[in-house]
Design a protein around this ligand. Structure first.
Ligand code: AQP
Length: 329
């Protein structure tokens, strides 16, 4: 049986954090053999909010380097940069014509992000972000999209647009399903465990994949918890639950094993051991990322070949969509 086509991506909009790693990249790596994978650095999404051009270029390379360093194998999976395949923007335009203003106005990410910059100042691109994401997904006949929980509403729109297009113009797109991890789909902020860990929050909120050992230790030791003492996976104790979830995902242990290990120990012990664990996992990842960052020619060659493969796959779908819409070819 043919493998399912999987598409996912991350915006190069800042330094990646362990939420991006645990919610997205780690599950991509785990599913690499099971699926036909396409992993994209979604730079056109990143520019929906202001970016410094020099930093953006660096972040594009660093995001791609992170995919590779984490274990995405470019011979097995397609790795490329979104802006290098114009079909994404082209399909987004076509899908715009079947998307309503009402649908996009209901997107919680748009509401959150547009409020931050002051109402009326958000770019049209930010409003249209979910349609571009639908285009990314639908362009490849994607069947499954592994993302963190915050992106499920956007995948839901991609499903609606696929169904709408199929209904109006005849079966064209598979309707993609979302793949969410049982645990780790929503890593919370260290300084505020009621909100998700986010690149655009203050540095105390996240552990960046590039943070030094000292910084990682400080951030974990200062992470907000409650005044309890027993160490148990209890979703009501949000700060503790978040630290235990991070521990679980980096250690690969079960909840029961972790609770047994920490029986009779305090929050301080958990934080110290968690810091050791995270540092132990991120240090080799950082070394590999730097290896790629120093080898831009290798990185460019991988991304160029990925873009070529992606463009080849995208072409028939875009042609079919245009034909069905009645655009003369
Ligand atoms: N806190 C999180 N827990 C689990 N998964 C997460 N993801 C993001 N934050 C968490 C997942 O990472 C992938 C890439 O996200 P993105 O870069 O496209 O943008 P985002 O979802 O808006 O995430 P950020 O990092 O918080 O960026 P900003 O601050 O720029 O908005 C997605 O699969 C996402 O679900």
């Amino acid at each position: 049986m043919a493998k399912k086509v999987v598409f996912s991506g991350i915006q190069p909009s800042g330094v990646l954090h362990i939420g991006n790693y645990l919610g997205a990249i780690q599950q991509w790596v785990e599913g690499q053999a099971k699926y036909d994978n396409i992993f994209c650095v979604v730079d056109l999404h990143a520019i929906t909010v202001p970016q410094d051009p020099k930093e953006l270029t660096d972040n594009i390379y660093r995001t791609a380097a992170t995919y590779l360093a984490a274990g995405i194998n470019p011979r097995q999976s397609i790795v490329f940069v979104q802006s290098q395949v114009p079909a994404h923007a082209e399909l987004a335009w076509l899908l715009n014509t079947i998307t309503t203003m009402g649908e996009l106005s209901r997107m919680t990410q748009f509401k959150d992000k547009s409020q931050k910059g002051g109402s009326g100042r958000a770019s049209v691109g930010l409003f249209d972000y979910p349609v571009l994401m639908a285009a990314d997904i639908l362009l490849y006949g994607t069947q499954a999209v592994p993302v963190g929980e915050d992106q499920t509403q956007h995948v839901e729109l991609a499903r609606d647009l696929a169904q709408r297009f199929n209904h109006r113009f005849g079966k064209t797109f598979p309707v993609p399903e979302v793949i969410l991890r049982k645990s780790g789909a929503r890593i919370m902020g260290l300084d505020d465990p009621t909100k998700k860990m986010s690149k655009s929050a203050s540095p105390a909120n996240y552990i960046a994949l590039t943070d030094s050992s000292d910084v990682i230790r400080k951030k974990i030791m200062r992470a907000v918890t409650d005044s309890g003492s027993t160490i148990k996976f209890d979703p009501k104790r949000a700060g503790l639950h978040n630290l235990l979830t991070i521990y679980q995902l980096f250690s690969g242990q079960t909840e029961a094993q972790i609770e047994r290990h920490f029986a009779g120990k305090g929050y301080g012990d958990l934080k110290r051991e968690l810091a050791d664990l995270v540092i132990g996992k991120l240090t080799p990842l950082q070394t590999k990322i730097e290896h790629y960052m120093k080898n831009k020619r290798l990185l460019d060659a991988i991304l160029k070949s990925g873009a070529k493969r992606a463009a080849r796959l995208a072409h028939p779908m875009l042609t079919e969509v245009k034909r069905k819409l009645g655009l003369a070819q």
